[in-house]
Design a protein around this ligand. Structure first.
Ligand SMILES: NC(=O)c1ccc[n+]([C@@H]2O[C@H](COP(=O)([O-])OP(=O)(O)OC[C@H]3O[C@@H](n4cnc5c(N)ncnc54)[C@H](OP(=O)(O)O)[C@@H]3O)[C@@H](O)[C@H]2O)c1
Length: 272
């Protein structure tokens, strides 16, 4: 596993996404993911699967200290009371005393960012959170957040069809990292001729090439989701090859401003 070091923490560059997985299917997938080697898990109060994630982790029997758990507060819960209640609920459902990374799931202009981040900082100082971050923040709003609190991460849609150059630049300016969600473009990469051609050289699938391209970039982590054991394994199996600079550039040139996730915040995205 490769790691990003931030805030004195090692963040595994490859994590396991859990959106749309619930109940037994989620617990089984998380248990399988741990068995395969994933140690970074991504969930959210909105996914309604934090208890199932905890069940999978319990079954897998791995030490809490070896895990990196991210969860997110929903955009309606950004008041001081709402934040505290949200985090306490997540901790209870996840059956843990702390989360490694806690994100604002979507920006919400109805709540002053400064006040939300001050409460999050307080909860961090109480030991309930190791690191703070945001998700779906356009680059300028990210800069504002990072000037108000030690925000280490912006989790955004990022795959070969979306460059996210502005979001990446803003994160790097502040020593933060970007977590790529929908990293295999929700499965759309699997028929890509360029990714297929590059993959053929290394005996890798297009999804593996896309994930390798992400984690080979500085300050980038990726969190593919799958509910199928064979794909959970496939997506993890990306640490035994490396893309050349030319191949990295070829994949960079696939960017075409394609967004799969509709904004919940109403704020404009960065230009691509
Ligand atoms: N912060 C946010 O607002 C936000 C938004 C979206 C997602 N996320 C996080 O990011 C994670 C990943 O994003 P995502 O789930 O939207 O998309 P994704 O990981 O890019 O794609 C998941 C889809 O691709 C399929 N798939 C998985 N591995 C594959 C492979 N090797 N080849 C072909 N198809 C494959 C999966 O189907 P099977 O399950 O059938 O394999 C699923 O339909 C989420 O689970 C969630 O944790 C965060």
């Amino acid at each position: 596993m490769d790691y990003i070091t931030t805030n004195n923490t090692q963040v595994p560059r490859l994590g396991f996404g859990t959106y749309k997985l619930t109940g037994d299917q989620c617990a089984d997938a998380v248990e399988e993911a741990i068995f395969v080697g994933y140690r970074h898990l991504d969930t959210a109060e909105m996914y309604k699967n934090e208890e199932a994630v905890a069940t999978g982790l319990r079954r897998a029997g791995v030490d809490r200290g070896d895990l990196f758990i991210t969860t997110k507060v929903w955009m309606d819960n950004l008041s001081p009371d709402g934040l505290r209640r949200s985090l306490d609920g997540s901790l209870e459902r996840l059956d843990t005393d702390y989360v490694d990374l806690w994100l604002i799931h979507w920006p919400n202009p109805a709540y002053p960012l400064q006040e939300s981040l001050a409460t999050m900082r307080q909860l961090q100082q109480e030991g309930k959170v190791r690191s703070l971050g945001v998700s779906n923040f356009p680059s300028n709003l990210f800069r504002q957040a990072a000037s108000l609190a030690p925000v280490v991460c912006n989790q955004v849609e990022y795959h070969p069809y979306l460059s996210q150059r502005n979001v990446l630049a803003a994160a790097r300016e502040h020593g933060a990292f970007v977590t790529a969600y929908a990293p295999i473009a929700r499965g759309n990469v699997q028929d890509d001729p360029v990714l297929k051609e590059i993959g053929a050289k290394y005996d890798k699938t297009p999804a593996q090439v896309a994930l390798r391209w992400l984690i080979q970039q500085s300050d980038v982590a990726a969190i593919p989701k799958s509910g199928r054991p064979e794909r959970i394994r496939e997506n993890f199996n990306i640490f035994d090859f490396a893309l050349s600079e030319e191949e990295m550039n070829r994949i960079n040139s696939l960017a075409r401003g394609e967004r799969l996730i509709v904004s919940m915040s109403g704020l404009p995205w960065d230009e691509e």
